[in-house]
Ligand binder design. Structure first.
Ligand code: PLP
Length: 460
């Protein structure tokens, strides 16, 4: 007999985790450290302090503490929108006629519309606690900028956002949300920074990229008294904060006595996926349980599946430290796909190491097939997904359809990272049949790789 499973598994407020889980503590091969681009020396917390908030630097290099307590002020903020629901997609299962059980962890249930708020509030808190005046950042599609401007408003911090120019132009409403929360928003590459002027000169008329916007935001932070730079993905500290997604998911599954078989997430810089899988990966690393873990990246920006696992810059202007990661090259210019949050040339070092060591898989999906999955999902489950999230939906549906063929009742869990209400221009293109798929050619890839710095002298 099948047991009764609710549509939504809500934890109570008291079940919000009290500590983030640091998966690095359980990794046998630790992610490689950030290195100084000039000297190629590993960077410790104090080396990072001119750029990032002090406490966040400590978190960045902390490979040892399995749990890091969530400060009470952050927990109180989390209570406004957490725990987020784990939803059983009964209607989708029925529509697909699959024996699989499909669950999604919905992170779009806050005003910023995505999981990014989980780390934004933490980063703003540590900046405030350090007595800073403000922070600078980049934003691609705008979700991170929105989450950060909300968080800065909450702690009364100044917030300067460099927004990738194509998104700035395509998404004026997103920009206005950020300004409403008090942030200043500049299209990147701008003419306000040295690196922006250089990029504009080199690539006239460019729509920008996350890599350009990062360079500008770092330049402004390091040249302004009382400011630091904050980043919404990729970094170890961000994956740490996002572990709250996975901890809640695991607690909710445990509550109903279900075990995940396949865990799926979209991967841009790797923060939502890293957070979702963290406690499951921990069990896998400690040999306590096994899961299939699948990263889904856009076919147009395939860092895991087509990239190289080497040290590279995180930005186009080469002002950041080097990170060892799967990368397409910092000057790889991704085609203008609509999942702006997935247009990053690199990948989290934690996930890169785990992928390299065979603990997870990666697949690509084309944007038209992702939008088709998003529509199928929206029509039965009601939620209008963010284009980024639709990558995970695509693969969740495909896996559920495989179960239909084999008759297996697997438990499929995926991350529904956000809502797509600001992405309706993309939905319009899809509905009008005008959306195209872009795949990088071998030449595009080689052009990106040709700018990867030589770090053959680095030992780790
Ligand atoms: C930013 C974003 C992503 C991708 O970023 P990751 O760091 O890879 O998680 C995915 N979904 C949404 C809704 C986003 O805003």
């Amino acid at each position: 007999m099948s047991k009764e499973i609710p549509y939504k598994v809500y934890l109570t407020e008291n079940e919000i985790p009290e500590a983030w889980y640091n998966v690095r503590a359980d990794m046998k091969t630790k992610p490689a450290p950030l290195i100084n681009p000039g000297t190629h020396e590993a960077m410790g917390a104090s080396d990072l302090e001119p750029v990032f908030c002090a406490e966040l630097c400590k978190q960045e290099v902390n490979d040892d503490d399995r749990y890091i307590e969530i400060p009470e002020e952050i927990r109180n903020f989390y209570k406004m929108y957490r725990p987020s629901p784990l939803v059983r997609a009964f209607c989708l299962e029925k529509k697909l006629d699959t024996p699989a059980h499909i669950y999604y962890k919905f992170e779009g249930n806050n005003t910023s519309g995505s999981h990014k708020l989980n780390s934004a509030i933490a980063q703003a808190y540590y900046a405030k606690k350090q007595g800073l005046k403000g922070v600078t950042t980049e934003t691609g599609a705008g979700q991170w900028g929105t989450a950060l401007s909300m968080s800065c408003a909450y702690f009364d911090l100044d917030c300067k956002v460099y927004m990738v120019k194509v998104s700035y132009e395509q998404k004026p409403f997103r920009r206005e949300v950020m300004r409403t929360y008090g942030a200043s928003v500049t299209a990147s590459p701008s003419m306000e920074t040295e690196v922006g002027r250089k990029i504009n000169e080199e690539f006239p008329g460019t729509g920008g990229s996350l890599g350009c916007a990062i360079s500008e935001a770092v330049e402004v932070a390091t040249h302004s008294e009382g400011y630091r730079y904050v980043l919404g993905s990729v970094l170890n500290q961000v994956l740490l904060h996002q572990s709250i997604i996975g901890l809640e998911t695991k607690a909710a599954l445990d509550k109903i006595g279900e075990k995940a078989d396949i865990i799926i997430g979209c991967a841009g810089g790797g923060s939502n996926l890293g957070g979702l899988i963290a406690p499951f990966m921990g069990e896998k690393l400690r040999g306590e349980a096994d899961y299939r873990i699948v990263a889904v990246e856009p076919a147009s920006c395939p860092s895991f599946t087509k990239g190289k696992f080497v040290y590279d810059f995180c930005d186009t202007g080469h002002v950041t430290p080097l990170a060892k990661m799967y990368t397409l090259g910092s000057e790889f210019m991704p085609s203008p796909i609509h999942a702006g949050g997935l247009r990053f040339h690199g990948m989290s070092t934690i996930l890169s190491q785990l992928y390299h060591d065979g603990y997870m898989e990666a697949v690509t999906a084309k944007q038209t097939e992702c939008f088709a999955a998003a529509e199928e999902f929206a029509r039965v489950e009601g939620i209008l997904p963010a284009p980024e999230s639709s990558h995970a939906i695509r693969v969740a549906i495909d896996e559920a359809l495989k179960c239909k063929e084999t008759g297996e009742a697997k438990n499929i869990v995926f991350g529904l990272t956000g809502t797509g209400y600001f992405d309706l221009v993309a939905y319009q293109q899809f509905n009008d049949g005008k959306m195209q798929d872009f795949l990088p050619t071998e030449e595009d890839l080689q052009a990106g790789f040709s700018h990867i710095p030589d770090t053959s002298d680095v030992k780790f």
